[in-house]
Design a binder for this molecule. Structure first.
Ligand code: PMP
Length: 464
């Protein structure tokens, strides 16, 4: 750490935090007798906490966000230069970085055309849901309004987004939810034995056909859109099986169901080689939402990107005051987000981070597979690019998930060793049994070795 904060300053910060900050996703009771972690500084792959302890961050800010790593001065400078010139004006007007980033983003997304700015992944998804609802009203008398979402997918924390939430334990105690959201089955091949009728062969096509069954059951004239993560993140790092996406696309076309892809985690290089997860599968979406890696957490920015066809539906020569997309996001007019996003994208291109992600993703997969050979507790290793998971099971035959407390013990052991990993994935409702790895796209073999060695040691200590 650079030492600009004295011991007194740090003690004051921790006290203020304990007294006044309500942390995300946290049970505060233990912090009545111990201190929360306060992250003071970051550089590259590493962060330092209030005790000055160095950690390698294997989860990019805990939630797949800091794609280009910490301490990027060029992003800070781009944001500074923009802010002193023009910080904010509501998004009914344009901005210099807003226009430039939209142009650059659309270059990476053939077939897409329009960028709607907002602030968070949840909000971007809400924008897409509202577009679907308005299209239903404009074209189908309000009937084709239902939005399908998948078991185990997550689309955000607002009530609308939670209504499209496939992780029951996140939704519990927050109902009632918005009507018109309908769940479809997931596609986790490793756990297909839990799905009635899942075949040994062609599981991907079968899993996609489950979506068609729901559309037919609900009535195709009532279903407006299907919202999916390309690779499910918080639900267990679920990679689509062979043939899945192709069939999903066919089904959407057949029933005139808009395809909304949630790239909040997968977007902006996380899955390697391609800018977006869906681009690995030859899919043509109607709407794509993104947030986290768009500016790597240097500024808040999210986007709901649509085709020109969707955009055109909201244009009208008539003077109907209801006919345009009557939506605003106050801070969608902030210029810091797109200014940071332009520089973030330049870094990814100039440093070859899409290629690095593919290469390092393969390397990490190999290293985790070696761990699987060594530790029977690992039932499955899966993922794409630098977005990987290792599912822990008590028995490889029955695939019973290990107790969550022991998974937490593995995460805690790694933390003690100075390695931050995650275990937020719900492969089985209520059981966080999948270790999660998503280092920054700048990760090197040495970084990965350090992470995997720590996990190896932790598994040995926790499971013997
Ligand atoms: N979609 C997905 C796939 C996510 O993982 C998340 C957040 N983890 C969101 C949407 C919501 O994003 P935010 O927290 O920025 O609202």
């Amino acid at each position: 750490m650079d030492g600009t904060l004295s011991a007194n300053d740090i003690s004051h910060i921790v006290t203020a935090d304990k007294r006044h900050v309500w942390h995300h996703l946290s049970q505060h009771k233990p912090w009545e007798t111990s201190d929360p972690n306060v992250i003071i500084e970051g550089k590259g792959m590493r962060v330092w906490n209030q005790a000055g302890k160095e950690h390698i961050d294997a989860v990019s800010g805990a939630v797949w966000t800091v794609n280009v790593g910490y301490g990027r001065e060029s992003i800070a400078r781009a944001v500074y230069d923009q802010l002193i010139k023009m910080n904010y004006f509501a998004g009914a007007s344009g901005s210099v970085p807003g226009a430039i980033f939209a142009e650059k983003l659309i270059e990476k997304m053939p077939g897409m055309s329009r960028v709607y700015y907002c602030n968070s992944g949840s909000e971007a998804n809400e924008k897409a849901f509202k577009m679907v609802r308005q299209i239903a009203h404009k074209r189908y008398g309000g009937k084709k309004h239902k939005i399908l979402f998948r078991d185990r997918d997550y689309h955000g924390t607002t009530i609308g987004a939670l209504s499209a939430g496939g992780q029951d334990e996140r939704n519990a105690q927050y109902g009632p939810f918005a009507p018109g959201f309908v769940r479809v089955p997931h596609c986790l091949e490793y756990r297909k034995h839990e799905q009635d009728g899942a075949p040994d062969e062609n599981y991907g096509e079968w899993a996609a056909n489950q979506i068609e069954e729901v559309i037919l059951r609900e009535g195709p004239d009532t279903v407006g859109a299907l919202c999916l993560e390309p690779v499910t993140a918080g639900g267990g790092v679920i990679c689509p099986p062979e043939g899945y996406w192709q069939r999903v696309q066919e089904i959407c076309r057949k029933y005139d169901v808009l395809l909304h892809i949630d790239e909040v985690v997968c977007g902006v290089g996380r899955t390697g080689s391609e800018w977006f997860g869906y681009q690995h599968y030859g899919v043509k979406p109607d709407m794509v939402t993104m947030a986290k890696g768009v500016a790597s957490g240097y500024a808040a920015i999210a986007c709901c990107v649509t085709t020109e066809e969707i955009f055109d539906l909201f244009k009208s020569d008539e003077t109907d005051p209801m006919d345009y997309f009557r939506d605003i996001s106050t801070f969608g007019g902030c210029t810091a987000g797109p200014a940071a996003a332009i520089e973030n994208m330049r870094i990814i291109e100039e440093e070859g981070l899409l290629e690095n992600t593919t290469a390092m993703g393969h390397y990490m997969m190999e290293r985790l597979s070696e761990l699987k050979d060594k530790h029977a507790i690992i039932g499955d290793v899966r993922g794409k690019g630098l977005f990987l998971g290792a599912e822990l099971v008590t028995d490889r035959q029955t695939k019973d998930p290990v107790e969550e407390a022991r998974v937490k013990a593995v995460v805690g052991d790694c933390m003690k060793q100075g390695v931050i990993i995650g275990a937020t994935n719900r492969s089985v409702p209520g059981k966080n049994n999948t270790l999660c790895f998503s280092p920054a796209l700048i990760a090197t073999k040495d970084d990965i070795d350090e992470i995997v060695t720590a996990v190896d040691g932790a598994l040995g200590r926790v499971f013997g």
